[in-house]
Design a protein. Structure first.
Length: 93
């Protein structure tokens, strides 16, 4: 694996900044902020928090399944690394 290239910390941060900039440009041109703010103000906090915790539980259980499957294939990895991959997969999907 001597020829394997790795991203440096600077390149990672640069990719994150470029991605966030592209996301905000998309939001600026395609999302009506007036309607978005009205909708957020009318949200029921209970249901919003319930949905947020359901999303977190989904990521945790999905990560546990993947960690178990990888363990059966003799691929040892940390739970945090699996959660990171699941979050990237959800973003890309």
């Amino acid at each position: 694996m001597a020829g394997q290239k790795r991203f440096t910390l600077k390149k990672r941060y640069l990719l994150i900044v470029v991605g966030l900039a592209a996301f905000f440009v998309y939001l600026y041109f395609f999302v009506p902020f007036g309607q978005l703010i009205e909708t957020v103000q009318r949200l029921n906090p209970f249901y919003f928090l319930l949905a947020f915790f359901a999303l977190l539980a989904s990521v945790v259980f999905y990560s546990l399944v993947w960690q178990r499957l990888l363990g059966l294939l003799s691929v040892k990895t940390s739970f945090l690394k699996v959660v990171q991959f699941v979050c990237v997969e959800n973003f890309v999907d």
